[in-house]
Design a protein around this ligand. Sequence first.
Ligand SMILES: *Cc1c(COP(=O)(O)O)cnc(C)c1O
Length: 371
Amino acid sequence: MSYERPHLRNVEGYVPGRQPIQTNVIKLNTNENPYPPSPKVMEALVQVQAEQLRKYPPPLATPVREELAQLHNISVENTMIVNGGDELLRLAITTFVDPGVTIGLFEPSYSLYPVLAEVNNSPVVRIPLSDTWQVPAHAAQALNKAQAKLTFIVNPHAPSGTLLPITEIESLASQLNGVLLIDEAYIDFVDPQLSHNVVPLITKLPNVLILRTLSKGYGLAGLRLGYALGSEQLILPMLSKTRDSYNVDVVAQTLAKQALMDQAYAASTWENVRKERNKLYNNFKQLGLSCPESQSNFLLVTFPQGSAMARRVLSGLEQRGILVRYFDTQGLQDKLRITVGTAEQNQRLLNGIEEILRESLSIMRKDSVRA
Ligand SMILES: *Cc1c(COP(=O)(O)O)cnc(C)c1O
């Protein structure tokens, strides 16, 4: 006897990257910021009062939203705080997509999207990206034809790290009949010289909903805090109807405000990540490995020897206490997604990969001599 709703029986659920209890592993598998949050965040944490915990938190998280409005130069009404960006993905579905109605996504991308669609009992229309991770020209047409009421796009793209220019995003959004949720989980790591800012689109296009998170850029994945930016038309029903009444706790609200106020500190971590990302990119090339140019805090590394080698490196690194991410899905099987770590972590990663490649290639050569 099963009590689940029938359509949930075959849902597999989201499989997150490993989060080991041991602290001595080098975690390059879930794209956390390698640097801790601002010291101001830690000071505010120590100063949390019992009285704040006794009472309910500000229901609309207005103090944090005011900070966001200032940061992005928009109105408070165009912002909303969520319990991690993942909550916004679910809220967008609950608010804009009836069960049975189609959700659009690009492939490959964040593997949580299709899981959430399944939970809603929504069919999914999957638009394959090109070999260079570009959105195909017919995408909007195909999504409209499938009557997608909501489409997810992640930019910078995951797992490749590549960035679509604003013009492409705008063109897609302006052609779509449904809502376009632009998942900007990794936006903070984009090179500032590119002046990439899609936020002004929310005043031009009422169907654009932007997801941001403090998990990656602000070193606060454990806090669970994300936010939405969009037209009032999109924000208001989520804010006043579908979200949990106190969806973000008082500690998260307090610390998020401090983190957002200390832009200088956060930006210094982004700059370090970019420097290390560029170093890693060159080092991978020297090892004969290729990866697309990433505007994110990870690199998608291709092993020209194929999927057996990618898996060999995955397990070889694991034996050395270094976790990276492998996706056993079509088009990604000869690749590893590797988070940019600190300079020291990256050096250990490179040493490990070099050793594993050397060992594996000499074993393969011996095998071919025997054969
Ligand atoms: C990390 C991430 C999110 C949101 O993560 P939260 O920790 O829930 O804020 C959303 N989309 C992508 C692609 C991500 O990698």
